[in-house]
Design a protein around this ligand. Structure first.
Ligand code: GCO
Ligand code: MG
Length: 434
């Protein structure tokens, strides 16, 4: 018997915190070994309390007393423990547990998780950051500032004139929109839906989105960026679904000449099959995945080589255990990874992404979000961003922790509406499906 055989799960707790205006969900597993614990990301920011219930009421009683060493058995049995499985709620809950167990295993072995997985394929992970602006010039200026800081890959988005959308998020509209009182003057334009002010009058809380103006604006942006910076810097763009599929096919062809590093989320997950048409018509590199939950959505896309980059949100597919398997499958088909890493991937989730980035040969790029001061303070060990790359700190496990006292001081704020995730509508009032 090794020491690992004797260590069991003593308690599982959910920590709900919001250090910098994004609701995060972290799972902490305490073990029978005093002082030995692990943390995992379970962040489903739009519906965080549902994940807490899934952990508290179901996974916790199911898992207390189990041997922390048996991650594979725990993942497999917990996955089907409700018989019905998948989906953002159950997968996020399971991810919180799974990542915490990998953290614990690494701490017991005295190794970072990438070492447990086979060791390093690279020293650091090149990242991309987001430059968004109200105009193409503003986006370009933000991009220039990032380039100055040493970033080589930049996702560019621009507000759609008259609609103020970054393409990736809906936004407030202009005078052509029904259901607004013109006597109150022009509808204010927000630069980002997180700045949405409920006291202002908007056409729709989630904004107005029109596909053609959006696409024209994006093409003008790419032209402007290539004119100003040339082709020596990598640019990326997120469509965020929302355009009719055939226009998505057209758009992918149009952007080919701008040589994007990748074009993200052209279609809703229900429209996966449209990627086949894109493949037949152009060689724009394609990324997709943050909305995928189930292996049924992912496996055919790898097997048929319909995407170039897998961009799943690691906690939304159930954690490192499934993540490393999809990455390995991708390697066999020369499909690369680009794990989802915006602000609603918690710092623990970023650390988990990084473990696979360092270990997997078929790593493509890592999405990064620049952490706020409070986030950095609350999560000691947050991987350092330097020279356009994310660097592992080499500490055992995931190499990251949470200051629980501080987390308790920043609880989730109530939101009267879904913010950027409220319904986005066309100018005629019809809903736009992401
Ligand atoms: C991205 C994403 C995010 C998501 C957000 C949803 O590529 O980074 O699209 O911005 O929209 O994570 O909660
Ligand atoms: Mg995206």
């Amino acid at each position: 018997m090794t020491a690992a055989d004797n260590v069991t799960i003593r308690d599982i707790r959910v920590i709900m915190t919001e250090p910098d205006n994004i609701r995060l969900v972290i799972v902490k597993i305490e073990t029978s070994e005093p002082g030995l614990y692990g943390v995992g990301c379970a962040t489903f920011t739009q519906r965080p309390s549902t994940v807490k219930v899934a952990v508290d009421d179901f996974l916790r009683p199911f898992l207390i007393g189990k041997n922390v060493a048996d991650i594979e058995d725990i993942w497999q049995s917990a996955y089907v423990s409700s018989y019905w499985r998948n989906g953002p709620v159950l997968n996020n809950a399971l991810s919180g547990v799974d990542q915490a167990l990998w953290d614990i295993k690494g701490k017991m072995a005295g190794m970072p998780v990438y070492d447990l997985l086979g060791g390093r394929a690279r020293e650091a992970a090149p990242v991309y950051v987001h430059a968004s602006g109200g105009s193409k010039e503003e986006t370009a200026d933000r991009m220039a500032a990032y380039m100055e800081q040493g970033f080589h890959h930049i996702r560019i988005q621009v507000a759609t004139r008259g609609y103020s959308s970054y393409g990736s998020h809906g936004a407030s509209g202009d005078g052509s929109i029904v259901a607004r009182d013109v006597s109150q003057g022009p509808i204010p334009v927000t630069s980002w839906l997180r700045d949405y002010d409920p006291n202002q009058l908007y056409a729709h809380p989630g904004g107005v989105f029109e596909p053609k103006p959006y696409m024209r604006g994006a093409l003008e942006l790419f032209e402007h960026i290539r004119d100003r910076f040339g082709y020596g810097v990598e640019i990326l763009h997120d469509v965020h679904e929302r355009i009719p599929p055939i226009l998505g096919v057209w758009f992918a062809k149009e952007v080919e000449k701008y040589q994007l590093f990748f074009l993200e989320d052209l279609f809703s997950p229900e429209d996966n099959e449209y990627f086949r048409m894109v493949r037949q018509q152009c060689a724009t590199p394609i990324a997709m995945g943050e909305l995928w939950n189930s292996p049924h959505e992912i496996i055919p896309m790898i097997k048929d080589r319909l995407v170039d980059f897998l961009r799943m949100h690691m906690s939304q597919i159930g954690g490192i255990t499934p993540g490393r398997k999809f990455a390995a499958m991708g390697e066999l088909f020369s499909v690369r990874t680009a794990w989802h890493g915006p602000g609603d991937t918690s710092p623990v989730g970023h650390a988990a992404n990084l473990m696979l980035d360092i270990n997997c040969h078929n790593f493509g790029i890592q999405e990064a979000s620049i952490p706020g001061e409070r986030t950095l303070e609350m999560f000691p060990g947050f991987p350092e961003l330097r020279d356009g790359m994310m660097w592992p700190n080499g500490n055992p496990g995931l190499g990251i922790d949470i200051d629980e006292e501080m987390a308790a001081r920043f609880p989730h704020k109530d939101r009267a509406f879904g913010g950027a995730w409220d319904t986005v509508r066309r100018a005629d009032g019809g809903m736009v499906k992401p």
